[in-house]
Design a protein around this ligand. Structure first.
Ligand SMILES: *[C@@H]1O[C@H](CO)[C@@H](O)[C@H](O)[C@H]1NC(C)=O
Ligand SMILES: *[C@@H]1O[C@H](CO)[C@@H](O)[C@H](O)[C@H]1NC(C)=O
Ligand SMILES: *[C@@H]1O[C@H](CO)[C@@H](O)[C@H](O)[C@H]1NC(C)=O
Ligand SMILES: *[C@@H]1O[C@H](CO)[C@@H](O)[C@H](O)[C@H]1NC(C)=O
Ligand SMILES: *[C@@H]1O[C@H](CO)[C@@H](O)[C@H](O)[C@H]1NC(C)=O
Ligand SMILES: *[C@@H]1O[C@H](CO)[C@@H](O)[C@H](O)[C@H]1NC(C)=O
Length: 354
């Protein structure tokens, strides 16, 4: 089965709040879009990485793109929890969000990606992660990663609105998504249903999911304009159509038909020769996080992949220089993301408050 890296995360849907939690409404609280009315908390680690981008633009006297980069620093992105050592970032992030909430009196939504599955990337090597299935990896993953992850989130329960706490978002990896989209939709929906049923059995009915994420770390536009030629065979030719096409099949499998869709690097369209290109594709920042999605099945556009962190030592070169290894910062690439952004990023000229 090619559905690997499913499992990924929760917490897109976890809001933390120092204000008294809103009482869950009488109707099914699970049906409330958890993003509504909240501020997408900006990941301060990523904002720090972008300081060098601000400096680089300023050194080139490009004050407009420096100011656009400041806006990116204040845009909510996901914090990737990719190793046991990285688990401490959960508390750091939640503490920082709490402070921000007290400062602004605005509820924050903290977005985390859980990404440490055994053999998590079939390309292996550096991005393959720290657990190997041939080495008791699944067990170690559960005991040393998932359990402490859950405990770290539980520690924020006092601050958490119960109506949104239990909502979990599952991710399919970007390459899985490409695989899935080539299939007729009933097949992935049935596979998801099996996974959710298993989770419910393991937790004695306690598992709940809010929906699915798509396009994570990938480059597909929300609305294709124009539609790419390589999508000719598919009625799910952009992310909005994919969500709308998949939704009724999910519903028929008793699964919730809600989506969050990564547009972090989907701003520049039609730079790929084939749909399968996934590595450091020439790109721009896309539509910023919003609940204004024009679709009842899409909860939010999000920025999941921190643009500028390399997909691997592959893909195109910039000025003759290739990409660094997976996860490493590629300064030239993020400068292109800023310049190629669509819609163009509104500049922030005021001093950054972080
Ligand atoms: C980034 O720059 C801001 C503003 O100069 C500063 O407050 C912040 O500490 C810097 N972050 C890092 C990680 O260097
Ligand atoms: C930036 O502008 C300053 C002042 O106008 C000028 O002295 C400097 O040479 C410029 N630097 C670049 C890289 O263009
Ligand atoms: C979960 O339990 C139900 C009831 O026992 C069973 O029918 C179903 O097959 C189980 N699901 C999985 C994925 O094992
Ligand atoms: C699709 O192919 C046609 C014919 O080759 C070409 O003119 C057009 O630009 C292509 N569209 C895109 C979005 O690349
Ligand atoms: C969902 O199930 C209904 C009732 O069985 C059926 O009429 C409908 O075609 C199904 N929809 C999809 C998308 O499979
Ligand atoms: C939703 O529609 C409005 C009005 O056409 C448009 O301004 C907005 O960009 C759309 N949202 C997205 C995420 O495309």
């Amino acid at each position: 089965m090619h559905i690997k890296a499913l499992l990924t995360f929760l917490s897109a849907a976890n809001s933390i709040s120092a204000l008294p939690p809103l009482a869950p409404r009488a109707e099914d609280a699970r049906d409330v879009n958890p993003f509504l009315g909240k501020n997408y908390f900006a990941n301060s680690y990523y904002a720090g990485e972008l300081n060098q981008t601000v400096s680089a633009f300023l050194a080139k006297n490009d004050s407009l793109n420096a100011a656009r980069t400041r806006t990116v620093q204040n845009t909510g992105t996901f914090v990737w929890i990719t190793s046991v050592a990285g688990l401490s970032n959960i508390k750091t992030t939640i503490d920082a969000a709490r402070t921000e909430q007290q400062r602004t009196r605005k509820q924050q939504i903290v977005q985390l990606v859980l990404y440490d599955l055994p053999d998590r990337d079939c390309s292996g090597g550096q991005s393959g992660g720290e657990f190997s299935s041939v080495n008791d990896g699944l067990n170690l993953y559960k005991k040393t990663f998932v359990d402490p992850y859950a405990a770290a989130l539980k520690a924020a329960w006092d601050l958490t609105s119960p109506s949104s706490w239990s909502q979990i978002v599952w991710e399919t990896s970007s390459r899985t998504r490409t695989y899935l989209s080539a299939q007729t939709p009933p097949q992935p929906a049935a596979e998801f249903a099996k996974v959710v049923s298993l989770a419910q059995n393991l937790t004695m009915g306690g598992a709940q999911i809010r929906g699915f994420s798509t396009d994570v770390s990938n480059f597909n536009p929300y609305i294709a304009d124009p539609r790419a030629n390589y999508t000719e065979y598919s009625n799910a030719y952009d992310e909005l159509h994919y969500a709308e096409v998949l939704a009724p099949h999910l519903a028929n499998n008793s699964l919730p038909a809600h989506f969050i869709i990564d547009q972090g690097r989907s701003g520049l369209q039609n730079t790929r020769a084939t749909w399968g290109e996934w590595c450091n594709v020439e790109a721009g920042f896309g539509t910023p996080p919003t609940t204004d999605t024009n679709s009842t099945v899409v909860d939010s556009i999000v920025w999941a992949k921190p643009g500028g962190e390399s997909d691997g030592a592959c893909g195109p070169t910039i000025d003759g220089v290739g990409a660094p290894n997976a996860g490493l910062w590629w300064e030239a690439y993020v400068e292109e993301l800023v310049k190629n952004a669509d819609p163009p990023i509104t500049p922030t000229y005021a001093t950054l408050r972080k």
